[in-house]
Design a protein around this ligand. Sequence first.
Ligand code: DON
Length: 304
Amino acid sequence: MDYQPLLHKIRKEIEIYAHDGKQADYIPALANVNPDQFGLCLDLLDGRTYRLGDSDVKFSIQSIAKVFSLAIALSILGKDLWKRIGKEPSGSAFNSLVQLEYEHGKPRNPFINAGALVTADVLLSHLENPKEFFIEFVRTIAGNPDIHYSEATMQSELSCCYLNASIAYLLKHHGNLHNDVDDVLRLYSTMCSVEMSCEDLAHAFMAFAKSNEPFSHAGVNLTVSRVKRINAIMQTCGFYDEAGEFAFLVGLPGKSGVGGGIVALYPSRYSIAVWSPRLNSKGNSIMGMKALEMFTSETEESIF
Ligand code: DON
């Protein structure tokens, strides 16, 4: 099937949502992004790639980074990671503190901020140069050496990360952060401030779609079993308190970020990345969700 006409049709039909929502502004650097951009990239298992709009424009991946840090932390600690982080959906906002208090400092899953602070802590404890390791890992999995983090976005997040700092101190209180809180916050924000395009993200997430060809880099091995686990967590926890809605509308495992990016995949078939900065109240891209819903509805290609 030639997907290009369908992608153009989707772009036309979602235009009615083009001015709904607004870009994230609780991180000042993200408020400066032009909200009226839209990109999409579809990578198929047979090697074909389809692009639409601003597919090559780099943007802040934000929480999508949590998938990469989970892959690394899981390779480092194996099953022991689950002693420190759960694997249940939270049903709460990504930066909620509530469950963490009554669940005694064990984050519900690796994709809420609390869980990702713990994976950042694992990287800090076990890697000599965690920041460099992370960026090199992302470059390799995306097949693009020209991927960097934004110092300005990282500093901007650090300048007002009061909620994340509260989460980190609560984790520390419960003995679930082994490194200095400021170091953990800095690494976490650096990972979130990595900039990638839809093309980079679709290529990177092929590693989670192609479980028959395990990806391996510097000791990080995405075995068939690990890919299965990570995809399951993307399905159940990738969209926070909108995970059920995403499963219902789109029907694919995926991950969003407040930069407006969403990546989703169909195991053994394709990976697809969309980006549009205007978000809904749950922090997920409005046009991105609509485009993916239309894509899986029109192609009848969802995992359900
Ligand atoms: O910690 C934060 O709040 C951001 N760096 C990441 C949040 C995020 O992307 C949530 N995803 N939709």
